[in-house]
Design a protein around this ligand. Structure first.
Ligand SMILES: [Zn+2]
Length: 776
C-alpha cells in the first residue's frame, strides 16, 4: 500500500481546493468563484497603514517580532479584513512543544529553536489578529509600493492556482462560512526566493505547522513540512492526542454503481470511459448551521449532478483539474443521517495494451479524508472480455438481470468498514490455484505469459496467506484475487492484491520476489485487518508487511540464509542512510514521523525508514522476546497474534502497540520505542574478544564492546559461540554507552567461531577491533 504515501504527500504539497459551478446552466459567478477571485486579488488598503515599532505577537509556538516597519491591512474578503502585510525588520521564532519536533527543527536548522529574520510578512487569518492590530496600532493613509503587491502575489502562488481554481480548503471553508476560528497563516521571507511558512489550521488534527520552500526547487511553488504538532491547548488538556479526531462528518456507507465502457471497440488502445452513480450516507459530527462540505476525488472526474435523497438538487462546485467537490449543506443536524446521490464521469483509467490502471487507486469516489472507514456496496458493469476484481467480498449469489450485451455485472460488498475501496482489471487469463491444503487464490495474468508463472505466483500468495493465518489469525478476506499490473510496485485492498508484472517474469534466487509477494499478502493483516491510524503509525502497515515477507522467507521457504542476508542488507541501508554520521547532509528522521522523514534533502528516507527500519523494529522485538537457547519465538508469535486479534477492524497507533507489548510482557518498553521509533540514532559498536584456557581446562571468552553515536541507547543482543557439530552456545547480553565487559559461560572445548550480534540481533554499525583498542 505505497499509495498511502502518495496521498499523504499529495495532501501536503499540493494545496487542494476550489470550485466552479458546472451544474448551473448559465454562466454566473458562484459564491466560490467570487471568494476565489477576491482571495487571488488580495491587495493592501492604502487607507489602513500603520507604523510599527517593537510590536510582538504570538500564535501558538510561533512568535513574531515586528522591530520596525509598516503594517498594511488588506482590503476585505467577503466583507471582512482577513489579511495584512508587513515590510521592515522582523523576526520569527519557533520552539516546537515536543522533543521529536524540536529534533526535527534541529535536523534542518542545527538548533532546537528556529530564529529567522524577515523583511516581508504576509498574514491571512480568521482569528483575533485584526482586533489585536487595531487595538495596538494607529492606521492612516499612506502610499503602497509595487513591491508590496508583488509580495502578496508571491504568497498566493503557494496557496492557489488558476488551473482548476484551487485554493486551500480551510481558507475557502472558513471564509465562505464567515467563521471566526484559529485559522492563521504567515508567509515570510528575507527575499522572495526562500520564503518560510507558519500555519495554524483548526481543521487539522495537528493544527500547527512550519514549512519552507524545498531545497533546490526554483520552478514550482511548493512547501515542504519541517515541523507539525498539536496546538498548545491540546497538550495542556493531555487527552489521548494520538486518537484526536477532527472529522466533520462520518461517511457510513457508499452504494456505488459504475459503468466502464470501451466505446471504441475491443482492440482500441483508447482509455475506457468511467461513469458512476454514488449514494453516500453520512452523519454530521460537528453541529453546523451553515456548512460547506468538501470531498476529495480524482481531478479528472467531472460531476454531472448531486442531489439529496429526496431528489432536491444540491449546490455544488467542482472544476476539472481540482480534486475537491464542494457541497453546500445548510442546517444539517448532528447525529442524523443524510444521503447524497452523485453522478460523475471521466477518464480515470489508463489503458496500456491489455492492462488498465486507475490513476489514483482510491479516488474514484468522493472521500472525506484518507483515514475514514466506510461500508461499501459496489456494482460494476464491465465489458465481459475484461477480467475484473474489486475490493471486498464478491456477492456470488448476485444475479445480473439487467446486463447489457457484452457486459458483465458484478457486486462486491464489505461486512465491516474498510478504508480503501478499489478495483482492478485487464484483458487477462484467469488461473485458479487451489489444492487441499492451501487457500484458493485466483490469479489474473497477461495472456502472453505461460500458465506456470500464474501457478508459481498464486502458490506463493497462497503459502504466505496460509502462514500469516497460522501466525496472526484469520484474515478479513474470504477470497483472494491477484491482479497483474504494469507498475513496479504492489498494492493491496480487502481480498485484492495488485502485483507488479515484474514478479510474473521469474523468480530471483535472493528472495526479492518472495518478500514482495508475501509483503502484499501480509497487508490483508497489516493495513486491511489492523489498520493504522495516522501517518505516524504507517510503519505498522509497511514495516510489519516487510517483516512478514522476511519471516515468510525464513520459515516457509526455509531460506534462513537469505532471511539473515536481507536483514544485514537493510541494516546497511539504515546505517548508511544516516548520512550525518559521515559529516555531510541532513540526518534521517525517526519512524514516527512517517512520510515526514522525507524531505528535499533526504529523499530516500521513506523507503528506508518506514519499510526497512520498520521491519527491523519487529525483528528487534522478536529477538528481545526469543529464547536464546533455541531461538524459540513463541512469545513473539503469540504477542503478534493477540495484537492482531485485539485490533482487528480497528485503527491502531504506535502508542497502542507499545502499551499492548508492555501489558503483555509486564515490562516498561518506553526505552525501546524511544530509541528505535521516536529517535533516529543508530549506535556504533566496536567489539573485541579474547579466549583463554583456564586451569581446569575450560575455555573462557571475554568480551569488550564500546558503544558510541547513540547516547543513552541500550540493546539486548545475542552473542554466540559456535562449537563443533553445529552446537551453538548463545548468550543474551546488554550493550550500553561506552565500554562494556562481559564473559561467556565457560566452554568445554574451543569454539569454532564467535558471533557478535547473532541472528542479526543488533541494529548497529558493528566493527570488530583489536582487544587493546578497547582498553578501559
Ligand atoms: Zn506495502
Amino acid at each position: 500500500m505505497q499509495n498511502q504515501m502518495i496521498f499523504l504527500i499529495f495532501f501536503v504539497i499540493i494545496s487542494p481546493a476550489f470550485i466552479f459551478n458546472i451544474g448551473a446552466a448559465e454562466e454566473h459567478q458562484t459564491d466560490y468563484e467570487a471568494l476565489y477571485k477576491e482571495l487571488m486579488e488580495l491587495e493592501p488598503d492604502k487607507n489602513l497603514v500603520a507604523k510599527v515599532q517593537d510590536f510582538s505577537f504570538r500564535r501558538d509556538a510561533g512568535v513574531f517580532d515586528l522591530k520596525k516597519g509598516k503594517l498594511y491591512l488588506c482590503k476585505p474578503i467577503n466583507g471582512r479584513v482577513v489579511a495584512a502585510l508587513f515590510e521592515g525588520k522582523g523576526r520569527f521564532r519557533l520552539t516546537p512543544p515536543t522533543e521529536i519536533e524540536r529534533r526535527q527543527v534541529r535536523r534542518f536548522y542545527e538548533a532546537d529553536s528556529l530564529d529567522q529574520e524577515f523583511k516581508f510578512l504576509v498574514l491571512i487569518f480568521a482569528d483575533s489578529t485584526l482586533k489585536e492590530f487595531q487595538s495596538h496600532l494607529n492606521f492612516s493613509r499612506q502610499r503602497v509600493s509595487h513591491q508590496l503587491k508583488k509580495q502578496i502575489k508571491n504568497c498566493l502562488r503557494y496557496m492557489g492556482d488558476e488551473k482548476g481554481k484551487n485554493f486551500e480548503p480551510e481558507f475557502i471553508k472558513t471564509f465562505l462560512e464567515n467563521a471566526t476560528n484559529s485559522l492563521f497563516y504567515a508567509h515570510f521571507s528575507k527575499n522572495s526566493l526562500k520564503p518560510m511558512f507558519f500555519k495554524i489550521n483548526p481543521y487539522e488534527v495537528e493544527e500547527v505547522r512550519f514549512m519552507r520552500r524545498p531545497k533546490n526547487d526554483s520552478v514550482t511553488y511548493r512547501r515542504e513540512m519541517i515541523s507539525q504538532f498539536h496546538q498548545q491547548s491540546d497538550y495542556e488538556k493531555q487527552s489521548n492526542l494520538a486518537h484526536e479526531d477532527k472529522k466533520l462528518i462520518d461517511v457510513e456507507s457508499y452504494r456505488i454503481e459504475c459503468w466502464i465502457e470501451n466505446n471504441s471497440g475491443v482492440f482500441a488502445s483508447s482509455n475506457p470511459n468511467f461513469r458512476a452513480k454514488t449514494e453516500m450516507i453520512f452523519r454530521p459530527i460537528t453541529p453546523p448551521d451553515k456548512e460547506w462540505l468538501f470531498f476529495y476525488i480524482s481531478p479528472k472526474l467531472e460531476v454531472d449532478s448531486i442531489s439529496w435523497k429526496s431528489g432536491t438538487p444540491v449546490d455544488f462546485f467542482k472544476s476539472k483539474d481540482n480534486h475537491l467537490i464542494w457541497i453546500r449543506a445548510d442546517s444539517l443536524q448532528i447525529d442524523t443521517t443524510y444521503q447524497l446521490n452523485l453522478s460523475y464521469h471521466g477518464e480515470i483509467i489508463q489503458r496500456y495494451d491489455d492492462y488498465f490502471m486507475l490513476d489514483l487507486s482510491t479516488f474514484w469516489y468522493p472521500r472525506q479524508s484518507f483515514h475514514d472507514k466506510s461500508q461499501f456496496d459496489l456494482y460494476f458493469h464491465v465489458p465481459d472480455i475484461y477480467k475484473f476484481t474489486a475490493a471486498g467480498h464478491q456477492d456470488t449469489a448476485f444475479v445480473d438481470n439487467a446486463a447489457e450485451d457484452g457486459y458483465c455485472v458484478t457486486r462486491w460488498r464489505t461486512y465491516e468498514p474498510i478504508r480503501n475501496a478499489s478495483f482492478s482489471m485487464g484483458i487477462f487469463d484467469k488461473h485458479v490455484v487451489e489444492n487441499d491444503t492451501l487457500p484458493r487464490v485466483t490469479v489474473y495474468m497477461n495472456k502472453t505469459r505461460r500458465a506456470v508463472r500464474a501457478k508459481r505466483v498464486g502458490e506463493e500468495i497462497a503459502r504466505s496467506i496460509d502462514f500469516f493465518r497460522e501466525v496472526y489469525g484469520e484474515s478479513r478476506a474470504d477470497e483472494f484475487f491477484v491482479m497483474e499490473t504494469p507498475t513496479l510496485h504492489g498494492e493491496s485492498f480487502l481480498g485484492l492484491t495488485n502485483l507488479s508484472g515484474v514478479t510474473f517474469i521469474g523468480d530471483d534466487p535472493w528472495g526479492y520476489d518472495a518478500i514482495h509477494r508475501a509483503h502484499e499478502a501480509a497487508h490483508q493483516w497489516w493495513g486491511v485487518g489492523v489498520d493504522f491510524l495516522t501517518y505516524h503509525d504507517q510503519w505498522m502497515s509497511e514495516g510489519f508487511a516487510d517483516y512478514s515477507g522476511l519471516w515468510y522467507l525464513e520459515i516457509v521457504r526455509e531460506d534462513q540464509k537469505n532471511f539473515l542476508k536481507k536483514l544485514k542488507d537493510w541494516r546497511k541501508l539504515i546505517v548508511e542512510n544516516r548520512q550525518y554520521l559521515l559529516g555531510d547532509g541532513v540526518e534521517t528522521g525517526p519512524i514516527w514521523l512517517g512520510y515526514r522523514t522525507v524531505s528535499s534533502e533526504t529523499k530516500e528516507d521513506y523507503a528506508v525508514v518506514i519499510y526497512k527500519k520498520g521491519a527491523w523494529i519487529l525483528h528487534l522485538l522478536r529477538c528481545y522476546l526469543l529464547d536464546p537457547a533455541d531461538l524459540n519465538d513463541d512469545q513473539f508469535r503469540t504477542l503478534m497474534r493477540d495484537f492482531y486479534e485485539t485490533y482487528l477492524h480497528r485503527q491502531a497507533t504506535t502508542e497502542d502497540f507499545q502499551h499492548f507489548i508492555e501489558d503483555y510482557i509486564h515490562e516498561d518498553m518506553d526505552w525501546f520505542f524511544q530509541q528505535w521509533v521516536y529517535a533516529s540514532d543508530i549506535p556504533t559498536y566496536k567489539f573485541a574478544y579474547k579466549q583463554k584456557k583456564t586451569a581446569e581446562g575450560k575455555y573462557l571468552i571475554r568480551f569488550r564492546s564500546f558503544q558510541e553515536n547513540a547516547p543513552g541507547f541500550r540493546s539486548s543482543i545475542l552473542v554466540t559461540a559456535k562449537m563443533i557439530h553445529n552446537d551453538y552456545q548463545r548468550q543474551r547480553i546488554w550493550i550500553t554507552d561506552g565500554l562494556n565487559e562481559f564473559e561467556l559461560p565457560l566452554l568445554d572445548s574451543p569454539p569454532e567461531e564467535i558471533i557478535f550480534g547473532d541472528f542479526e540481533s543488533a541494529l548497529a554499525d558493528i566493527k570488530k577491533v583489536d582487544w587493546d583498542e578497547l582498553s578501559p
